[in-house]
Design a binder for this molecule. Structure first.
Ligand SMILES: [Zn+2]
Ligand SMILES: [Zn+2]
Length: 343
């Protein structure tokens, strides 16, 4: 058979012409030159079919193509690729659509402008309006939070929020963080997340959670409550030395209402209620720890030298372990010397 257009002999595709002649006057894909796409300048999310999505531009573009382009049903094994570059008012994209017609590969190319309209999204406008359903207040009993606690708690809460956001919760955000009365206040957009955060902090730092709620009005015929979760951290912080029942301890960690401590004379770990150490006397923080030069050691004792005054001391080993470092860490509590537990 001969193609009526080019006269070449071969397979006739349609209307008496070969495929390559047919393609000169027909296309299998059709789409607009310009697509408008609302884009939040604050969080970067895109509004697709009335819903804000925090997805990559590439993923949104695929959705836009599928929704805005007409792709002939005759085209099989359709594959869409794109190449985009930023331009003044959006993204200029080359769209490559390929597929099979009668097992012949067809490639079609379109150039489109995805015009990004700067629009503040639903969530960001809530955030700028100061919206919050929960306040997580962190305070310490009879003291201010230490700088380390302020820093570490802030970081753990921010990480936790990022984790929850990464799991797809767009509506979750921190509206505000305030340092108040030696503690921290976190304003959180969702009640549920507020409680999750409060429990996490309690798990890591110990203490108690108290909840209270406040009616803040009506929404869709329902009463809206704002929750406050107050976490009161123990009066002691991690690392502190204390005397309890005539023994000397260092606090290792807190877990809810329990505190894990190590007995410095035996290097035994013990867990007790935070309440039970409320009356113990605190002897100081980790800055009491000194490094001394190890001179010699026996099975049950070490001989060390103070680097400042060259005094030699003998300290009993809590356990038959052997040290292979040049210096070892010592703490002096009420005139007694203890070796700092080696973990
Ligand atoms: Zn032809
Ligand atoms: Zn936004």
């Amino acid at each position: 058979m001969f193609c009526v257009e080019c006269g070449r002999e071969g397979q006739i595709f349609r209307d008496g012409t070969c495929l390559s002649c047919y393609l000169k006057t027909h296309t299998f894909t059709k789409g607009p030159k310009i697509i408008e796409l609302p884009n939040c300048p604050h969080c970067g999310s895109f509004k697709y079919k009335n819903t804000w999505l925090s997805e990559h531009f590439g993923d949104i573009l695929r959705k836009l193509i599928k929704n805005n382009f007409q792709i002939s049903k005759e085209l099989e094994n359709v594959d869409i690729n794109s190449e985009c570059r930023e331009v003044k008012d959006g993204m200029s994209c080359k769209i490559y659509i390929s597929g099979l017609i009668d097992s012949e590969k067809i490639n079609e190319e379109h150039e489109i402008l995805v015009r990004l309209e700067r629009t503040v999204c639903d969530i960001c406008s809530k955030r700028f309006g100061g919206y919050h359903e929960a306040i997580v207040q962190i305070r310490a009993d009879h003291r201010k939070l230490t700088n380390n606690e302020l820093k570490n708690i802030g970081t753990s809460i921010e990480c936790l929020i990022e984790d929850l956001q990464a799991k797809g919760n767009r509506a979750l955000f921190i509206t505000d963080i305030a340092e108040e009365h030696g503690g921290l206040d976190f304003y959180i957009s969702e009640k549920g997340a507020g409680l999750v955060i409060a429990k996490k902090i309690q798990e890591q730092y110990g203490g108690e959670i108290k909840q209270s709620s406040k009616n803040i009005g009506m929404k869709d015929g329902k009463q809206i409550y704002r929750m406050t979760y107050l976490i009161r951290l123990p009066s002691y912080e991690k690392g502190i030395f204390l005397k309890y029942n005539n023994s000397f301890y260092q606090i290792i960690s807190f877990h809810g209402n329990k505190v894990k401590m190590i007995d410095l004379s035996k290097w035994n770990e013990t867990t007790v209620d935070v309440k039970s150490i409320q009356k113990a006397s605190t002897l100081g923080k980790e800055d009491l720890i000194k490094e001394m030069i190890l001179i010699s050691q026996k099975e049950d004792e070490v001989q060390v030298m103070d680097q400042k005054n060259y005094e030699i001391k003998v300290i009993r080993k809590p356990k038959p372990i052997s040290f292979d470092s040049k210096t070892i860490k010592i703490v002096k509590l009420e005139d007694r010397l203890f070796l700092i537990p080696v973990v």
